[in-house]
Write a protein that binds this ligand. Structure first.
Ligand SMILES: Cc1ncc(COP(=O)(O)O)c(C=O)c1O
Length: 425
């Protein structure tokens, strides 16, 4: 049976309208920024395969390290046992994180990392005996994952519509602007003694449409939130590992989070791993003779040694000058392309042209503004794939988020395809 016939017979794809689904492209290998299909067609992966791939596909160094680890220890229960890849990774990560973090809790992916963070923050107050501090604050338009807790803390949208009644209550606030800061403060003031935590995607709301907002304003908001002793949870699942130009988005702010969530680029985008790091203050609330104060949470693959080795080898690559230079090169190149986009002299009108680090985004003006229900995405993905570039828009929000190994020539090709699309009727 071919990949396609097995796929059609047995597979249910994520985020995919199954009826009349366009047959997925069978990918047989990847190399650097390229994905290669079974007919030998090559596609530049300009969105890093759902924002995960940072050093490129099938990176030989990461592959070697995973292989070596697979021959040594592939998996072990992480309660009552520990191992070098997990301990070494924690020891190397903690000094790199933006804040005073002291403990790392492992899980499997981005959703579990935020789920863990929310549970930690809620139980922190229970353990402290302050049970009325049980409300969660999140931004409107946020996305923290697809499991129930993560979904509850995410903005209500067409993704959550079928489950809205089952989701727990969250107070949604606007992302900060000069005009609305005081309104947000009043909103927080009204609830202040009951708020357990504030979860936010720093500087970039990815799934919400690559919306970018100002670090200074976030800093001001965080300062205020921290004065209320509200636990700040930075969801850096997407923004971590140089996507925004700095190693973490939190590096742009003076005010630091109490809990940080990582995944995606953590393993170089090669294996599923989640990290939730917390400060000593949070951890101390769980240190007790009372067993009920234990954090009863874990997953079968918590701290999987292969995933931890992949993360360690990814950190090795980030220590190389080449990687940092590549990131700078992409940022500069994108900035030049921004100038071209800003001319806005294409057949299709575009708006809100923006850049944050290695990411560029803008909206194509459409008659149906409801981003996920218009057809820009289908038309755009098909158009770009035919030209050898893989781009997937979020409704009418088009963005580029390439792996850092993308060459100047490949990046130029991505820009060319974008321009062709914008000039195409
Ligand atoms: C900011 C943010 N948090 C959490 C998640 C969920 O991560 P995962 O898809 O690995 O569950 C995502 C995924 O896109 C994300 O962008």
């Amino acid at each position: 049976m071919s990949i396609t016939s097995n796929d059609q017979k047995y597979i249910w794809h994520p985020y995919t309208h199954q009826k009349n689904m366009v047959s997925p492209i069978p990918i047989v290998r990847g190399k650097g920024a390229f994905l290669v299909d079974e007919s030998g067609n090559k596609y530049i992966d300009a969105i890093s395969s759902w924002w995960v791939t940072v050093h490129g596909h099938a990176h030989p160094y990461i592959a070697k390290k995973i292989y070596q680890q697979a021959k040594t220890l592939e998996q072990v229960i992480f309660a009552g046992f520990t191992h070098k890849p997990a301990t070494e990774l924690a020891a190397r990560l903690i000094p790199l994180l933006p804040g005073e973090f002291s403990k790392i809790f492992y899980s499997d992916n981005g959703s579990t990392s935020t789920e863990v963070a929310l549970k930690m923050a809620l139980q922190y107050w229970v353990n402290k005996g302050d049970i009325n501090r049980n409300k969660i604050i999140a931004f409107k338009n946020s996305y923290h994952g697809d499991t129930f807790g993560a979904m509850s803390a995410s903005s209500r949208s067409i993704f959550t519509k079928a489950f809205n009644e089952k989701l727990f209550d969250v107070i949604f606030i606007d992302t900060p602007t000069v005009e609305n800061l005081n309104v947000i403060k009043t909103q927080l003031e009204e609830n202040k003694d009951g708020i357990a935590c504030f979860i936010y995607e720093p500087l970039l709301q990815g799934a919400g449409g690559m919306k970018m907002y100002d670090p200074k304003l976030l800093d001001t908001l965080l300062k205020y939130v921290k004065q209320q002793k509200i636990i700040c949870i930075a969801d850096e699942v997407l923004t971590g590992f140089y996507r925004t130009g700095k190693m973490f988005a939190g590096d742009y702010m003076n005010e630091k989070a109490d809990i940080i969530c990582l995944s995606k680029g953590l393993t170089g985008g090669t294996m599923a791993l989640g990290v939730t790091a917390c400060t000593q203050n949070i951890y101390t609330a769980f240190l007790s003779d009372d067993k009920l104060k234990t954090f009863y949470h874990g997953h079968s693959f918590t701290a999987n040694p292969l995933a931890c080795s992949a993360a360690l080898s990814s950190l090795d690559l980030f220590e190389k000058k080449k990687c940092i230079n590549d990131i700078k090169r992409i940022i500069e190149s994108n900035a030049k392309f921004m100038d071209i986009l800003s001319l806005n002299n294409f057949k299709r009108r575009i708006k809100n042209i923006r850049q944050l680090g290695t990411i560029i985004a803008f909206e194509v003006e459409t008659e149906q503004e409801d981003a996920y229900l218009n057809n820009v995405s289908e038309v755009f993905t098909k158009f770009s794939l035919e030209k050898g570039v893989y781009l997937r828009s979020l409704g009418n929000t088009i963005y580029i988020m390439p792996p850092y190994c993308i060459t100047g020539k490949q990046l130029k090709k991505v820009y060319t395809v974008l321009r062709k699309f914008l000039n195409h009727e």
